[in-house]
Design a protein around this ligand. Structure first.
Ligand code: FAD
Ligand code: MLT
Ligand code: ZN
Length: 468
């Protein structure tokens, strides 16, 4: 390995081959997975990435690509063998080109998501991918995980927002798919293969991203509702009244609100009293603020009249809107403070959400007295973060021991609803068992063949996505 490191230093310079003080790269955001990298390599551009990949192939050193390291599944965390390198993309941070007439932006993979949103806004455009970790996650990581977030309802997943890609293949060749085309039927769409591949097929070094007109009118509201059934009926009502202007619909259970209040007591209350469920809604468009507000309010009046909601607060300033969003986006952090919780990132058809919740919550209570389901998320997409927090009196360690049993309760139900056991976070190291238990063998076999064709030595993020 000394020869490998010497050559890596010759390629990148000493300052960008780190072998000490690697804690920040060795563990995931939740602190659930902790590895022991041989080194952290920090290339500056596509050429350096390609040279490093060739060097790693020559020395049979496996590579764990890492972006902002905000992933929820340990996908960017190396194993503990001390033989894997972390390839950190943060120095690839240039905006290469903005094409306003084509409505596209070409950016390096290490650009921070929020920076891309800001650059788009500076050109009076919207880059709509939006999630709680946007201040630190990178577009390469978003693409590698096919991130979802809070505007999927209107704009789709990352997959729908990427028009072109540049990828360094496992043999070090650079695959240039950086085309800004809205139509291109010239064979297999290779770009889609790399989106959501979690670093197992190659290293994404740049992307052509889709831009949209920037909305100038925005309405954000928090409503109280009595049940998930009312929530999804509200969703249908709002969509029928607002159409594509309706951009976000996030369900929040009372346990989430209580947890955020406990760990972030400065969080304002937007609704008086206690409510079993709240819903955060957002609409936006390019027209007049007043017109959008009027349409939004009229739909809410119908919802109040028909009893779909009990109360509602509409943000009256950008500050207040940001506060409502902060209540929602602080939930993951509050859960971190609260200690062990067994996470699920599931999807079922939107219409199945109420029955799914009604079925699984009692199963959990029957299994564990005092268990705390912490349910929130992108209800408009059928995607819930269905987390299970420990009952009072349980230690974090004892609760972690229950992971397999709890996963079986929740994920067997997901399978009964023809749902997904990983809707937006991906697989990483966390979903190995679920993949083996629920994913059809033929689907796994086809994936394995693709992996074998592109990465026969299995040097790209081994132990993730392709298991066993
Ligand atoms: P990392 O965590 O660094 O890596 C994730 C995976 O991608 C790993 O497998 C890694 O090997 C691979 N990878 C990274 N960069 C590259 C590259 N350039 N080429 C090839 N492979 C690469 N996710 C959602 O989908 N929706 C949400 O709403 C959401 N909210 C979140 C809120 C919080 C507070 C946090 C902490 C996380 C949230 N996430 C969410 C999860 C996470 O932010 C996303 O998965 C994000 O896309 C990961 O980006 P990253 O740059 O941090 O990637
Ligand atoms: C979210 O929607 O907040 C995230 O996906 C993070 C989480 O599940 O904790
Ligand atoms: Zn989410």
């Amino acid at each position: 390995m000394t020869d490998f490191l010497t050559r890596a230093r010759a390629l990148l310079g000493d300052a960008h081959v780190l072998t000490e003080g690697l804690d920040a790269w060795a563990a995931d955001w939740r602190g659930k997975f902790i590895g022991a990298p041989l080194a952290v390599l920090r290339p500056a551009d596509t050429g350096e990435v390609a040279a490093l990949v060739r060097l790693c192939a020559a020395h049979r050193v496996s590579i764990v690509p890492q972006g902002g390291n905000t992933g929820m599944c340990g996908g960017a965390t190396p194993d503990d063998s001390g033989r894997q390198v972390v390839l950190s993309l943060g120095r690839l941070n240039r905006i290469r080109h903005v094409d306003l007439l084509n409505n596209t932006m070409t950016a390096d993979a290490g650009c921070i998501l929020q920076t891309l949103q800001d650059v788009a806004a500076g050109h009076d455009r919207l880059f709509p991918l939006s999630l709680g970790a946007q201040g630190s996650c990178q577009i390469g990581g978003n693409i590698a995980t096919n991130a979802g977030g809070v505007q999927v309802l209107r704009y789709g997943n990352t997959r729908d927002l990427v028009m072109g890609l540049e990828v360094v293949l496992p043999d070090g060749q650079v695959l240039d798919l950086l085309r800004g085309l809205r139509k291109d039927n010239t064979g297999y769409d290779l770009r889609q293969l790399f989106i959501g591949s979690e670093g197992t097929l190659g290293i994404i070094t740049a992307a052509v991203l889709k831009l949209f007109p920037r909305p100038h009118a925005n309405v954000v509201a928090l409503a109280a509702t009595t049940s998930p059934q009312h929530a999804i009926e509200l969703l249908a009502l709002m969509r029928s009244r607002l159409g594509d202007r309706f951009t976000a619909f996030e369900l929040i259970s009372d346990a989430c609100v209580a947890m955020v209040r406990q760990y972030f007591p400065q969080t304002p209350s937007f609704l008086a009293g206690e409510h079993p469920w709240s819903v955060l809604m957002q609409a936006s468009d390019g027209g007049e603020q007043q017109a959008l507000e009027a349409a939004f309010q009229s739909a809410l009046e119908s919802a109040l009249e028909t009893g779909l909601i009990e109360d509602v607060a509409i943000a009256t300033s950008e500050n207040q809107a940001a506060g409502v969003w902060a209540l929602r986006e602080t939930i993951p952090e509050a859960q971190q403070h609260d200690g062990a919780n067994i996470k699920h990132d599931i999807a079922v058809p939107v219409s199945g959400i109420p029955a799914f919740i009604d079925e699984v919550v009692p199963l959990l209570h029957a299994a564990y007295d005092g268990v705390r389901p912490v349910i929130f998320g992108h209800c408009g997409d059928g995607n819930l973060h269905f987390n299970v927090s420990r009952p009072p009196g349980w230690s974090t360690a004892d609760w972690q021991e229950e992971t397999d049993r709890i996963n079986d309760i929740v994920l067997d139900a997901v399978a009964r609803y023809q749902g997904s056991f990983s809707a937006e976070h991906g697989l990483g190291q966390l979903r190995r068992n679920a993949m083996l238990r629920y994913k059809a063998p033929l689907e796994r076999e086809v994936m394995r063949k693709i992996k074998q064709a592109l990465d026969p030595e299995s040097l790209m993020n081994p132990g993730k996505v392709i298991y066993g």
